[in-house]
Design a protein around this ligand. Structure first.
Ligand code: 9MR
Length: 451
């Protein structure tokens, strides 16, 4: 199904939400009582991996919908699931997750485009030139299908060897295309969906070590040569053999200092009780201490379905009860588990829809720039929003996406195109391209109103 058809058919059935880059800025004066709303109060998203096959389970879906503001399909967007034979794309399971997320006002992380694992055998049997084409076709196929709907994509996953060497991992891509395959993948991805944040994602890179140094050097090189990369994902699968590193924050910060966002993408920590809770607290505090740590995702809703189920690494137990680790995360996010706090989402008697809007320049060149306005719902869900943007008189807007503008002189009033519905604390964004015509000044974003 083409992108346009996907959007139209969704728009007909559900309130839709965009999934553009998250840079939230809402600071809630009230303590919030879910992970998503508490994280939003800190300007972050709080996500979980989701499996389409569990969405029919009432407790699973109720917990998901109540607590989380972002989802990552756990397996459904991987190569074996989406392009099992060359050129034949299947999106049924991934669409199910994306549709569900959007109906709840949650954002979506895309995972993952180029990875050595869960790779159908036909890919490994191609010669170099064919493989390059197939890799680009795969990126274009996935990103085209979900264009404008994914806030961040894991473009390349786990391309470095584990252990001490910092070398590249052997894979069909590495072995046949050489080191340049990562750069080629990112350049292809940027063209396929310019609104998505493009991430490199890996594990055992959470502290400063040979592997994270190798990723660091790659990102530094990409930034110096203008290769498009926006974020680095730190999977953060921890247990007693691989504990939360003491230099976790320092490591996140050094990546952020290269000019990329950092995200905690697959967090889980084996254990139980107060020890597990304390480890989760360390992770959340590290992210909150780094301005460019834009959000956290735990790798599953419940211990019952974790890939490390016997290690009980998640925030909800097998019966969907909140664990001490849940309370610790909520508290570290500045939230409160007390029902009835004024202003908490879901509590009765607080029906005021509200939103905030923040502006960032996302690209810049001599004659023009791209701007992005991120809209974040307050502590109630909203079904629509309106933001005014006043441009310097000389400037003119040539295109705008994920929003519907009307013009009055140099003031544009932007309403949603298909992304009006937002959960409490969730974000969406619209973007635009402007010609400077001699003025490099920033536009002014007015008050955000919502209902
Ligand atoms: O959680 C995923 C599990 O259901 C799959 O069987 C497995 C197959 O490789 O992948 C798991 O997710 C992995 C993720 O995609 C990449 N980082 C490591 C995750 C845990 O293995």
């Amino acid at each position: 199904m083409s992108m346009t058809l996907r959007r139209l058919s969704r728009a007909a059935t559900a309130g839709l939400v965009a999934a553009a880059a998250l840079t939230a800025a809402a600071h809630s004066a009230e303590a919030a009582d879910t992970l998503g709303s508490a994280a939003a109060g800190q300007g972050r998203y709080f996500g979980t991996a989701v499996a389409a096959s569990h969405l029919g389970e009432a407790d699973y879906t109720a917990t998901l919908d109540r607590e989380f503001s972002s989802v990552t399909p756990e397996n459904e967007m991987k190569w074996d699931a989406t392009e099992p034979s060359r050129g034949t794309f299947t999106f049924t399971s991934a669409d199910r997750i994306v549709d569900h997320a959007q109906s709840q006002g949650m954002d979506v992380r895309g995972h993952t485009l180029v990875w050595h694992s869960q790779l159908p055998s036909w890919v490994g049997s191609l010669g170099a030139s064919d493989l390059r084409t197939a890799m680009k076709d795969h990126i274009n196929g996935l990103m085209g299908h979900y264009k404008g709907e994914i806030h961040s994509w894991d473009v390349v996953n786990e391309a470095f060897q584990d252990g001490g060497s910092g070398a590249r991992r052997s894979s069909p891509f590495q072995d046949k295309l050489g080191d340049g395959f990562i750069e080629e993948a990112f350049r292809t991805a940027r063209a396929a969906d310019p609104a998505a944040k493009l991430c490199y994602n890996d594990y055992n890179t959470d502290g400063v070590n040979a592997k994270s140094n190798a990723v660091y050097n790659m990102v530094k090189d990409f930034k110096s040569r203008g290769v498009p990369i926006d974020c680095v994902g730190f999977q953060s699968h921890f247990n007693s053999n691989s504990p939360v590193p003491s230099d976790y924050r320092k490591n996140l910060q050094r990546f952020a200092d290269l000019g990329v966002d950092v995200q905690i993408t697959e967090l889980d920590i084996e254990g139980s009780g107060s020890a597990q809770a304390a480890d989760y607290t360390k992770v959340v505090e590290a992210c909150l201490a780094v301005d460019r740590c834009t959000g956290m995702t735990v790798w599953g809703v419940t211990d019952k379905y974790s890939w490390r189920s016997s290690g009980t690494p998640l925030l909800f137990d097998g019966n969907y009860q909140e664990k001490p680790a849940y309370d610790a995360v909520l508290s570290a996010l500045g939230g409160s588990g007390d029902p009835g706090d004024p202003g908490d989402p879901g509590d009765p008697g607080d029906g005021t829809a509200s939103c905030t809007a923040t502006y960032t320049r996302t690209a810049d060149w001599n004659s023009g720039y791209n701007g992005q306005v991120t809209i974040t719902a307050g502590d109630e869900p909203i079904s629509t929003w309106t933001v005014t943007v006043t441009l310097p008189a000389q400037q003119s807007v040539s295109s705008l996406w994920n929003g519907t503008p009307t013009w009055n002189g140099n003031v544009m009033t932007v309403k949603p195109s298909w992304n009006g519905t937002l959960a409490a604390g969730a974000s969406t964004a619209f973007g635009f391209t402007a010609a400077k015509n001699g003025s490099d000044a920033a536009p002014t974003v007015g008050t955000c109103t919502a209902s």
